[in-house]
Design a protein around this ligand. Structure first.
Ligand code: IPE
Ligand code: IPE
Ligand code: MG
Length: 245
């Protein structure tokens, strides 16, 4: 299958509640959730998705207890160690976006090495959003534009160019697991015309087959981008002639 969605973004939510329902600590949900990440990355690649952007840790998630934050950081490190070889073998181009300054030097090095090694790959563009917030990204983009172009007026294309991973472009499909219907400061600019899909499935229970079903069913939706569907245009042209305004 060659997915119609060039860019899919996922808010991987519901880990904590998944664990709590099972009388386990919230961090257990993160551990189980990180295994799902590997499956979905592989599936996106197999299904011909061009770019996959995953929300792993938000700027607001710093409000959580230190213990939980530190588990999430360790899971990122483990994921990189575990998946490195497979990402390279599959020609996946990998990047982390967000404020990574507070990651450990060892994790920063793993990220930098993997980013450098995969930068010119032509496969799936995989982006991990870590300590990421869309407002932060937008403010940074505007500031960088102003630094480089003093006195010049900002255009939409300029802003696109200064985003943290401009080559992935607009989001075609945004999926949020875990049942909440909100965007929680994720890719606010890039989702302007995205199709939205909210599933009650909590992230540790999310499967490749649900992912496939979502791509298939959302793929049936008609995207109009403010225009009209070709069928509506033909009918409308005929009917409009009869109306004198
Ligand atoms: C998503 O799961 C992972 C992160 C936000 C880091 P949550 O930890 O938000 O899980 P819930 O929403 O509390 O169930
Ligand atoms: C969004 O989930 C962030 C990630 C999935 C990484 P949250 O659980 O932090 O969002 P809210 O607090 O429910 O809006
Ligand atoms: Mg949550």
């Amino acid at each position: 299958m060659n997915s119609e969605f060039k860019h899919v973004a996922i808010i991987m939510d519901g880990n904590g509640r998944w664990a709590t329902q099972r009388f386990r600590p919230r961090v257990w949900g993160h551990v189980r959730g990180s295994a799902v990440v590997s499956d979905i990355v592989q599936a996106a690649d197999d299904l011909g998705v061009g770019a996959l952007t995953l929300y792993a840790f938000s700027t607001e998630n710093w409000r959580r207890p230190n213990e939980e934050v530190s588990v999430l950081f360790k899971l990122l490190h483990k994921f990189l160690l575990k998946e490195r070889a497979r990402l390279i073998a599959n020609q996946v181009s990998f990047k982390v976006i967000g404020d990574t300054t507070r990651l450990s030097p060892a994790t920063k090095k793993l990220i930098a090495d993997l980013e450098a090694e995969t930068a010119n790959f032509n496969g799936l563009k995989l982006t991990f959003c870590f300590s990421y917030g869309s407002r932060m990204e937008l403010v940074r983009a505007v500031n960088r534009f102003m630094e480089e172009n003093p006195g010049k007026e900002l255009k939409e294309e300029d802003l696109d160019h200064f985003l943290m991973r401009p080559e992935t472009g607009d989001v075609d499909l945004l999926i949020r697991t875990g049942g909440e219907q909100r965007v929680s400061n994720f890719l606010l600019w890039q989702i302007a015309y995205a199709e939205l899909c909210f599933t009650p499935t909590k992230w540790p229970d999310f499967t490749v087959s649900e992912f496939q079903r979502i791509l298939q069913s959302v793929g049936q939706r008609e995207r109009r981008f403010g225009g009209l569907s070709p069928k509506a245009v033909t009918t409308e042209n005929k009917q409009a002639q009869a109306i004198h305004v």
